[in-house]
Design a protein around this ligand. Sequence first.
Ligand code: NI
Length: 179
Amino acid sequence: MSILKVSQMGHPVLRRAADPVNPDAIPTDAFQRFARDMRETMVAYQGAGLAAPQVHVANRVLVYRDTSDEEAARDIVTLVNPEIEPAGEEMEAGWEGCLSIPGIMGLVPRHVRILVRGLDREGEELEYEAADFEARVIQHEVDHLDGILYMDRMDDLRALTFRTEYEMFWAEAEEEPDE
Ligand code: NI
C-alpha cells in the first residue's frame, strides 16, 4: 500500500467533473489497490473523507469515515459512482476543512439528511440514508467529484478562517473540523 500525494487547491483536477468508474473494473487488482491507497492516505492525513480527484485521479470514487463517533470512525466506507439527494428540507451550517486546502476552515450549509446510492468496494449496490456529520462528509466529498470546493457553498466568506484562529475565536466543543 502507499500514501498518495494530495492535490492542492489550484490544481485543475479539483475543478473538473470526475468520470464514472466502469463497474467491471472494481474487482481488478488495480482498482482494489487504488481504493486501499485512498483509505490509507485519508487515515495518514487524519481526514474524515477523501475523493479521488484529491489524489489526482479524476474518477468518481470517495472514501470516508464518521469521525464524530469513535466506534463508527473505525469503519471506512468506500463509495463508487455515488449519487446523493436531500432527504428533507433541513439545512445546517457546520465547520469544514479540506485536505486540499490545508490550514483553513469554513462554515458551510449542508443538508442534514441525504439519500445515498452507489456501489461499494466490491461493486455491490448500496442505498442508505445518512444524517448529520456523516451526511456532511458525503456531501463535501461528492462535491469534489463535481469539481466543487466547500467555499463555493459558503453563504458568507467572512466565515473563512485559519485553523489556529478557528480554535481561538470560533471553536465549539461539539464541532468536528477535519474533513
Ligand atoms: Ni475536501
